[in-house]
Design a protein around this ligand. Sequence first.
Ligand SMILES: Cc1ncc(C[n+]2csc(CCOP(=O)(O)OP(=O)(O)O)c2C)c(N)n1
Ligand SMILES: [Mg+2]
Length: 340
Amino acid sequence: MIRVRRRPRSVLSGRKGTPRSESLQIRSPEKSEVWPESYYGIFLTGEALVASTEISQLDFEKNEGLKLSIDELKQIATTLRKNIIKMTTAANSGHPSSSLSAVEVVTALYFGGFMNYDAKNPGWPERDRFVLSKGHAVPVLYAAMAEAGFFSEDQLSTLRKLGSPLEGHPNLKRLPGIEASTGSLGQGLSIGLGQALAARVDKTSSKVFVVIGDGEMGEGQIWEALASAAKYKVGNLTAIIDQNGYQQTGSTKEVLDMGDFQKKIEPFGWHVQTISGNSMEEVVEALKTAESITDRPKMIVSKTKKGDGILPLLEEAGDTNFHGKPLPPAMAEKALAMLS
Ligand SMILES: Cc1ncc(C[n+]2csc(CCOP(=O)(O)OP(=O)(O)O)c2C)c(N)n1
Ligand SMILES: [Mg+2]
């Protein structure tokens, strides 16, 4: 079985990579700067990222497999949290709080040995797929992808900049390693179901993981996918609801209370677990259990906190939803200190 081959940056000790070639640096232009035509060309397909990834991957040690310990996973989770804050504050836009709640799940999937992928060959047909249905939380995915070596960490600072493949929502046409273009909520489970069924037709062992928001669960299309996945007993599909208690305009209970997800989804024919989703231990255990079940689709209801890791700062700011806004620079500095 092929697994990701490089150890992530956070668990490396003191190895420095070869500096990247200047011509491959991605940067944003000054307002008055006119970009040469070739500069636009670089960005059109995300090829610049692939090219620079080849070089930046010299940072990583070869490793026979990637199944990190809980402590190592927690270390990576902290790195991801810091990078989420840094990149959204640098972009002066984005969804840090929505990203922070899903950090443990994304970290465990990418670095806990649950997903097979090759950051150096993102199109490897037998890879497992990760679909971030709540696409606005893509900073958590970009942070994980940088850590895994899909592209270099420097490039996170291009988030939402004109021409960067690190768009405000995941775009599979722009960034190798993104498996679905999402952002219009409600579609990711259907996409993941299609990918899981395609693996069955292709007779590959690919698995599919989909992360859905709790507000997003109000979208009707998700319930069609829940019914269909159960009908076809799609045992290579695992979905995770990031139940952080909020959606855009307020608490999910107030806006549209969907009740107890476990009680609603089990009767569809899914295997369902409910866990504390900001506990790395619980996330890893739940993913292990899900991995062992192969005769039906698996759901993990992951009870989380929106903005987990920096909650005291959100409380101080009087907004524990903090939806769709970056931390102002002074607040970001406090957040980074809090996470250190
Ligand atoms: C179809 C659709 N309707 C509305 C929006 C606008 N929107 C963006 S994020 C969001 C809230 C999502 O809440 P939730 O799924 O709970 O994610 P969270 O931010 O809490 O992680 C909404 C309504 C959208 N992106 N797509
Ligand atoms: Mg939510």
